[in-house]
Write a protein that binds this ligand. Structure first.
Ligand SMILES: [Zn+2]
Length: 178
């Protein structure tokens, strides 16, 4: 995978904000820009205490977004942890999220479409699609025309959302393959 500025991919930033919060995104931005950085430098660059940076990093680590290597500082006698981003993991989490949303949108769309109802404006009776079809879309009481009653705006909106999600997933697959 080519090194991409992951936060420039439309929607990734918002996803990460939801997923790990503003401070976590701050660290990701820094690692995306600098590559491998030790936690003292991170604290320095973000103007934070090293302990609070560490706890954020562990949070990211638990989500497998970052990993570390440690090296012993012989002079000071302590371990220094250097951190780096897992772009691939972030992309795949984002993609998974998009696919989940797509499934949700498709289910909703299907239900909306299945729920197509027809009604007679004269008798004020509503018929499900199957019944309306049996009656050749004529009201059994007055013989008037049964008209479609589905939520056209909602369906249009869902179809638009589905189109966008499919496009985004395709884009992500392209980036991962690239
Ligand atoms: Zn009628």
């Amino acid at each position: 995978m080519k090194r991409v500025n992951i936060l420039k991919i439309g929607g990734v930033r918002e996803f990460l904000l939801d997923f790990i919060g503003e401070e976590g995104v701050g660290i990701i931005e820094l690692l995306a820009e600098k590559g491998v950085v030790d936690e003292f430098q991170i604290a320095d660059l973000l103007d934070k205490e090293v302990n609070s940076v560490r706890s954020l990093l562990y949070k990211l680590y638990s989500k497998k977004i970052v990993s570390y290597t440690k090296e012993r500082d012989d002079e000071k006698g302590w371990w220094i942890y250097s951190w780096q981003l897992h772009l691939q993991k972030i992309l795949s989490l984002f993609e998974k999220r998009k696919k989940k949303t797509l499934k949700y949108v498709e289910d909703k769309l299907k239900k909306k479409k299945d729920a197509h109802m027809y009604d007679c404006h004269v008798c004020l009776i509503v018929f499900p699609f199957s019944e309306a079809m049996e009656n050749m879309f004529q009201c059994p009481s007055c013989g008037g025309r049964l008209t479609h009653k589905s939520d056209k705006e909602e369906i249009k909106r869902l179809e638009e959302q589905r189109r966008e999600l499919k496009g985004k997933i395709k884009e992500l697959e392209g980036i991962r393959a690239g």
